[in-house]
Design a binder for this molecule. Structure first.
Ligand code: ADP
Ligand code: MG
Ligand code: MG
Length: 252
């Protein structure tokens, strides 16, 4: 599904990603952990195609296509979803309007007609229930005045409605209280399927108590320096990131 090879990228002439290799197969959940400033958000943003990030080498293939050649909206239509670390507010645009427009863009790309108004209401009500969101949030401007937890819930709602093939969640757990964390995790878990993959970017192990990843990768200084199973997250929680760096130094 996703194949990242020797990916290098920079921001403001500063080299951040220094050769990332990662393969994600359908149905897999990969957690990317690592210290602050290691390049986790840069990797998410490069995959989503945000402007500020310049790819200087390597390749990213998504379902046989060169992802790096596609504009951000095209990537979204192909089924790549990035839940932003700091979700944007869109004054004047209601949440439900945005969801419908986004869903119809994906449908158009798939050769499907726009969703029927009644069908859409049915879908949306079901998904709102899934994320335990108050229906009133649908009619408010996107994320405007939403609390941190409400924005996160809204991201999961967007994901549930759009049904992407690859979901990238960048620090979806940051700033969440334990109840909201549970709802985000339940939302993600309910969306897990043999066809859908996840990349969960997180600084803390806590999220992984609720969403069990298949693989855990440690990103440090722009490279994946260690990969393992779910147990790696627990070791990191106990020993900290310094432990991985020491291991690398010892092995070098
Ligand atoms: P992480 O998400 O792992 O905490 P980031 O990918 O956000 O790390 O950042 C990696 C490095 O890139 C940091 O040193 C950060 O300051 C720098 N960086 C990220 N985005 C920008 C930007 N838009 N402009 C300048 N520097 C940036
Ligand atoms: Mg950070
Ligand atoms: Mg980050």
């Amino acid at each position: 599904m996703l194949k990242i090879e020797n990916l290098q990228a920079r921001v403001d002439d500063k080299s951040i990603l220094k050769g990332i290799n990662l393969t994600v197969k359908p149905g897999e959940v990969h957690a990317i952990m690592g210290p602050n400033g290691s390049g986790k958000s840069t990797l998410s943003n490069v995959l989503a195609g945000r402007d500020a990030y310049e790819v200087t080498g390597g390749s990213v293939e998504f379902n046989g296509k060169n992802l790096l050649e596609l504009a951000p909206e095209e990537r979204a239509r192909e089924g790549v979803f990035l839940a932003f670390q700091y979700p944007v507010e869109i004054p004047g645009v209601s949440n439900i309007y945005l969801l419908k427009a986004a869903l119809n863009a994906v449908r158009k790309h798939q050769g499907l007609p726009p969703v029927d108004a009644m069908d859409f209401l049915k879908i949306i009500k079901e998904k709102v229930k899934l994320v335990e969101m108050d229906e009133r949030f649908l009619y408010r401007a996107v994320n405007e005045g939403f609390s941190g937890g409400e924005k996160k819930r809204n991201e999961i709602l967007q994901m549930a409605v759009l049904e992407p093939k690859l979901c990238i969640l960048d620090e979806t757990d940051s700033g969440l209280d334990i109840d909201a964390l549970k709802i985000v995790s339940d939302g993600v878990n309910s969306l897990r399927s043999p066809e859908r993959s996840f990349i969960l970017v997180t600084h803390y192990q806590r999220l992984l108590d609720y969403i069990k990843p298949d693989y855990v990768h440690v990103l440090a200084h722009g490279r994946i320096v260690k990969s393992g199973g779910p147990e790696l997250a627990l070791e990191l929680e106990e020993q900290g990131y310094g432990w991985v760096e020491q291991q690398i130094l010892a092995g070098a």
